[in-house]
Design a protein around this ligand. Structure first.
Ligand code: NCD
Length: 305
């Protein structure tokens, strides 16, 4: 049972619980109207200490589409955080008012800390370069819906694999499924952290800096943005931000049934000419994100089927 629990990283849930969440998301997709009052009377908070478009608004639209209501902030400096209030005190206060809290924070571990002091479930909406579990649930629903399976896949993760929390959460989760293999495509400076490679085991991944040489082997290409806000030097960011640009020339080398995913926002790593290619699914992915969050909210509140 997911009811009343926190979601700080995807591994907080078993594979059965994840499947259950995805199945309920599928049922919501098939008959959204049926669930429009499922969480009537509930109130959730979105506390975003870092910028967001998809995560914040997909949570808020998910809650509203379930008949719940939402309060929160998109800029912590409009709250008593600007007066010096600690995260722990903010959380203990908000937990007095709402039934569930979604938090995004630049500091790794902040949502875990918050969960220790909260009487209501906490969902991690992204913590620094660490985890982003609800993006991973979004990615799983997208892959399962469009590829029909979460097993026997070769996924290429491309771009900023050092700071990109979406790639960390997704990799740690997909390695729990049988015969999923990884190709990590990044410049030397932005390689996937050692601790994640150690968990995967050498026989299941390759590392390369060449997208051209690997794109033809992929079932899924997961593109990511170079994470400007986590760089210490502007010069280093500017040097690396144009390293990979997916364009039609590269798409010609890919399989006909490969899909291109991206958690978004995109900066320049996918040329807009790729958007009309039917293998480009990143905006569909954003929509799956809303459905999976509807499923998650309902189940955490004990209302899911
Ligand atoms: C990602 C994030 O915040 O980590 N965005 C998202 O939630 N869809 C990716 C990013 O910011 O690059």
């Amino acid at each position: 049972m997911i009811k009343g629990r926190h979601l700080i990283e995807v591994n907080d849930f078993t594979l059965d619980e994840i499947e259950d969440l995805l199945n309920f998301a599928d049922r919501i997709i098939q008959n959204q109207a049926k669930y429009s009052e499922l969480c009537k009377g509930n109130l959730i908070a979105t506390l975003f200490y870092e910028p967001s478009t998809r995560t914040k608004f997909s949570f808020e639209s998910a809650a509203l589409r379930l008949g719940a209501q939402v309060i929160g902030f998109a800029d912590a400096m409009t709250s008593s955080v600007s007066k010096g209030e600690s995260l722990i005190d903010t959380i203990q206060t908000m937990a007095c008012y709402v039934d569930l809290i979604v938090i995004r924070h630049p500091k790794e571990g902040a949502p875990r800390l918050a969960s220790k002091y909260s009487q209501v479930p906490i969902i991690n909406g992204g913590d620094g370069g660490h985890h982003h579990p609800t993006q991973t649930l979004t990615d799983l629903l997208t892959i399962r819906s469009l590829k029909g399976t979460l097993s026997n896949l070769t996924i290429g993760l491309c771009g900023d694999l050092k700071f990109g929390r979406t790639t960390h959460s997704l990799t740690k989760t997909l390695l729990r499924y049988p015969n999923v293999n990884f190709i990590f495509i990044s410049p030397q400076e932005l390689k996937i952290p050692e601790y994640i490679k150690d968990e995967i085991g050498k026989e299941r991944y390759l590392e390369t800096d060449s997208l051209d040489n690997s794109i033809g082997d992929l079932d899924i290409l997961y593109m990511t943005r170079v994470q400007k806000e986590r760089f210490f030097s502007e010069e280093e960011y500017l040097r690396l931000k144009g390293y990979y640009i997916l364009d039609q020339r590269k798409m010609k080398m890919a399989r006909k049934d490969m899909i291109v995913m991206h958690p978004l926002p995109r900066v320049n790593e996918i040329a807009t000419e790729v958007d009309t290619d039917e293998r480009a699914v990143y905006f569909k992915q954003a929509r799956y994100g809303m459905y999976v969050r509807m499923s998650l909210i309902a189940k955490m509140l004990g209302k899911g089927e």
